[in-house]
Design a protein around this ligand. Structure first.
Ligand SMILES: [Zn+2]
Ligand SMILES: [Zn+2]
Ligand SMILES: [Zn+2]
Length: 148
């Protein structure tokens, strides 16, 4: 499918400044539209293949792991940073949702929230660096457990 870029040019230009600089090369981040979704990509592409989701910028790619390959789609894997810390995921995200379980203890910790039964309990950190367990359905569900 071809996208008529001119449709986006006006809005795109106005938005450009808000996205700031690429964390990998200091290039300008630009918004790209693919299949009705949008993401940020570096203006130095293809030299720099930094991309970032525009969905609340929850996950950012820190480093593409050279020579790695995703067991599901054979794309390269990358170290990413999300709401709950660093993880290793596929560079083809969101097409491929592969995530390597880096830390077994952490994935075993995931259990359903006893209060809302929809969310999962996840480790979080408050601004003082204290770890606590909270429901990922927050703010809908405010269930919190104190480990220890
Ligand atoms: Zn860049
Ligand atoms: Zn993949
Ligand atoms: Zn809950």
């Amino acid at each position: 499918m071809k996208i008529d870029q001119s449709l986006f040019t006006a809005g795109q230009h106005a938005l450009n400044e808000a996205y700031g600089a690429c964390p990998m090369c200091d290039g300008e981040l630009r918004i790209k539209y693919v299949n009705k979704s949008s993401f940020l990509s570096c203006s130095n592409y293809p030299k720099c293949d930094f991309t970032q989701s525009t969905k609340k910028a929850e996950v950012s790619t820190l480093k593409v792991m050279d020579g790695s390959s995703c067991p599901e789609c054979s794309s390269e894997l990358a170290v990413k940073k999300g709401r709950y810390g660093m993880f290793i995921g596929c560079t083809s995200f969101p097409e491929c949702h592969y995530i390597a379980s880096q830390n077994k203890n952490e994935s075993e910790d995931v259990s359903a929230c006893p209060k809302c039964n929809k969310g999962n309990l996840v480790k979080r950190q408050n601004k003082f660096g204290k770890t606590f367990i909270a429901c990922d359905a927050y703010p809908k569900c405010k269930h919190i457990e104190n480990p220890g």
